[in-house]
Design a protein. Structure first.
Length: 230
């Protein structure tokens, strides 16, 4: 069993106590603020969750991939909308995110699941690019068809993730991906319409929601495979 880590606001400048406990969703990004000797902390007789070093790294890496996902999606939207000369390079880097996400799954779920996930995320990204291109061209029919395929892909991802991890319900994943799609579509429309203030504001929402998706996926991994605690 690996070491257990608890995280506290202000530690080590302040002595940790029950009132300074913060949730894992915030805490694992503050890896420098831990003391391995404390283990579990109880508040109102309820045990608080603690994470091993391996779990912290898993959760941090999953967040990093989703933050890259939305960041490179944003850069692709900008390059497409303004026809920048870097567009092909940006799109290539964006698609690498699908490969990276698959590789994140590989040691946990195996090669077949990793390859399938990478293919589904790649499809998700390619359809997004088609949707943006159609919107830029004002081709409503093509945009509607791309959006239909986009949501179908989200449904496939929800079913797939549930098939490899029962702690990820189809409805839970579907709702998270649908929200991701709606926010990304709005981001693209604001950029196309040059409404930059709203575009920046919605990107803040996109980043936050991406981290929530990452946490959902990594938490399910930890629940399914207790050996990750070792």
């Amino acid at each position: 069993m690996g070491e257990k880590f608890m995280y506290y606001r202000g530690f080590p400048n302040n002595v940790p106590n029950h009132n300074t406990y913060i949730s894992p969703e915030d805490a694992y990004l503050r890896q420098q603020n831990y003391n391995p000797s404390y283990g579990y902390v109880q508040h109102n007789n309820q045990p608080k969750k603690c994470y091993t070093q391996r779990e912290v790294e898993l959760m941090r890496n999953e967040r990093s991939l989703w933050e890259e996902h939305v960041a490179w999606t944003r850069m692709a939207i900008i390059s497409l909308v303004f026809n920048l000369p870097d567009v092909n390079f940006v799109l290539a880097r964006l698609l690498k995110n699908a490969e990276d996400m698959g590789n994140m799954f590989r040691p946990i779920y195996g090669d077949n699941a990793a390859n399938m996930y990478a293919a589904l995320i790649k499809e998700h990204l390619l359809i997004a690019a088609d949707l943006v291109k159609a919107a830029i061209a004002g081709d409503t029919q093509a945009a509607n068809e791309a959006e239909r395929k986009w949501y179908e892909n989200a449904d496939k991802i929800a079913v797939f993730l549930n098939s490899i991890n029962p702690f990820l319900s189809v409805e839970q994943v579907r709702q998270m991906f649908y929200q991701h799609l709606a926010l990304t579509k709005q981001e693209a429309l604001y950029m196309i319409n040059k409404d930059y203030e709203k575009d920046i504001a919605i990107y803040d929402q996109i980043e936050k929601q991406a981290r929530e998706m990452a946490d959902m996926i990594s938490d399910a991994m930890i629940k399914l495979y207790p050996d990750l605690r070792g």
